[in-house]
Write a protein that binds this ligand. Structure first.
Ligand code: MN
Length: 439
């Protein structure tokens, strides 16, 4: 079980000054992992951790031979071009490296001189998808999103009867998952207007984003075995920001009876930084289920999940249109929500995914499903914000949107922060750009 320890101490400060600034995403309590190299260079991609406005290059650190034991073993695995081998090592190794890095980055550390030589300015870095994602599953864990989307697709029957029993998901496509900065062409496909006789093929007219949390699996399970609800800490590596781009008009025509297919598989974008489960421990809180709802079946129910299953993670969605970019305007916030409102927890997703003996592998990826809260300002997609395209939203410069236009950029941010605390466990950002259709 992950416990609160000295790496979480809000009073810890780093000798990397920027890490101590109020509102910084990457204080010493965070230490998230990414795969990076210097921008435009031929350097190999390798692992790094964020500290303030710097990246600690784990390949350079490994070359110093400074760490020993489990942390040293973990460090070797971080020299690869993906984090899969590191993820496969399991919690003890992730935690051992976190503790050594925390000690080395703390003010007055005897390791400062060694670590200082391994820093790369974040402004000089470019990133890659941090894992070789074998399989990707997208869940549907926001009951608020499921209900409002259900109303649009099925006004008479918004929430299907299985929703409150089963953590609903579908098997997504991993080949089109890209790193922040991804530029995606508007997809084309079959759509059929409700009053049309037959479908047509055209560029998507209802292109949308989905504000999601991404979850990386660390160590997996053998085919035929299950991961128990209270043992998921050993298997969940960490969390990132995730934009699951969606073509709503293609989705509406294709999704029955087997679920989403081409409406989702053209692109999805992840943030570079993965915040570890251990870093998030202070922000895990009580999870509950309304008394009037069905309570979880035994394999999805435990005291631990009730006590600490929910993650208090703020999520924000922003837009910058081509016009805003031309006139040098900043991103404009579209909505915000919190992952603690999720109907199912990460542990329940893992336990459910393996109840049939399905084997998860290091680097497998889950999307949480669009995270929408109970109010309209907390809607995690344009489909909800514009009420299915019926009510355009108006931006500060007078432009309106129902769905995304060519040239739009969408950015998500996310963070965990307690009231009255200056420590922010930030997730950085994930950005994607819409290019015109090639069809
Ligand atoms: Mn999704």
């Amino acid at each position: 079980m992950i416990t609160i320890n000295h790496t979480h101490n809000p009073d810890l400060k780093s000798w990397v000054e920027a890490a101590n600034e109020k509102g910084c995403d990457f204080p010493i309590q965070n230490i998230p992992f990414a795969i990076f190299r210097r921008k435009g260079s031929n350097e190999p991609f390798r692992g790094g951790v964020a500290i303030g406005n710097q990246i600690l290059d784990l390949m350079a650190l490994n070359a110093t031979g400074h760490f020993t034991g489990k942390a040293a073993t973990a460090l070797v695995s971080c020299c690869e071009a993906t984090l899969n081998d590191f993820m496969a090592l399991g919690f003890e190794y992730w935690s051992a490296l976190r503790h050594e890095l925390s000690a080395g980055l703390t003010v007055n550390s005897g390791d400062q001189a060694v670590l200082q030589q391994c820093l790369v300015d974040m402004a000089e870095a470019e990133y890659d998808v941090p894992a070789r994602i074998g399989d990707y599953t997208d869940f549907y864990t926001s009951v608020h999103h499921a209900t409002s989307v259900g109303k649009l697709f099925r006004p008479d029957n918004p929430l299907l009867p299985n929703y409150k029993w089963v953590p609903i998901g579908y098997h997504g496509r991993s080949s089109s998952i890209g790193i922040s900065g991804q530029k995606l062409h508007r997809p084309a496909g079959q759509t059929k207007a409700p009053d049309a006789q037959s479908p047509q093929v055209s560029p998507c007219k209802r292109l949308d984003y989905e504000l999601e949390v991404g979850i990386y699996i660390g160590s997996g399970n053998e085919l035929g075995s299950t991961i128990e609800l209270d043992n998921t800490d050993q298997h969940v590596f960490g969390v990132c920001l995730f934009n699951d781009w969606s073509a709503r008009d293609i989705q509406a025509w294709e999704y029955q009876p087997l679920g989403p297919f081409l409406a989702k598989s053209f692109a999805s974008t992840v943030s570079p930084w993965i915040v570890t489960q251990e870093a998030l421990a202070p922000y895990q809180g009580q999870w509950s289920r309304p008394k009037s709802d069905p309570q979880p079946l035994p394999y999805l129910e435990s005291a631990k999940n009730r006590e600490s299953g929910a993650l208090d993670m703020e999520l924000e969605a922003y837009i910058k249109t081509a016009k805003m970019r031309d006139s040098d305007e900043p991103y404009e916030k579209l909505s915000h929500s919190n992952f603690r409102d999720s109907y199912w927890t990460v542990s329940q997703m893992v336990a459910h995914h393996t109840i049939n003996g399905c084997n998860l592998k290091p680097g497998d990826f889950f999307g949480s499903g669009t995270q929408s809260g109970p109010t309209l300002e907390e809607a995690g997609s344009l489909m909800e914000l514009s009420n299915g395209g019926k009510q355009p939203i108006t931006l500060a410069n007078g432009e309106t949107r129902t769905f995304l236009e060519d040239g739009d950029a969408i950015m998500f941010k996310g963070y965990c922060q307690k009231q009255n605390s200056d420590v922010r466990i930030g997730f950085g950002q994930v950005v994607g750009y819409i290019l015109p259709s090639r069809y």
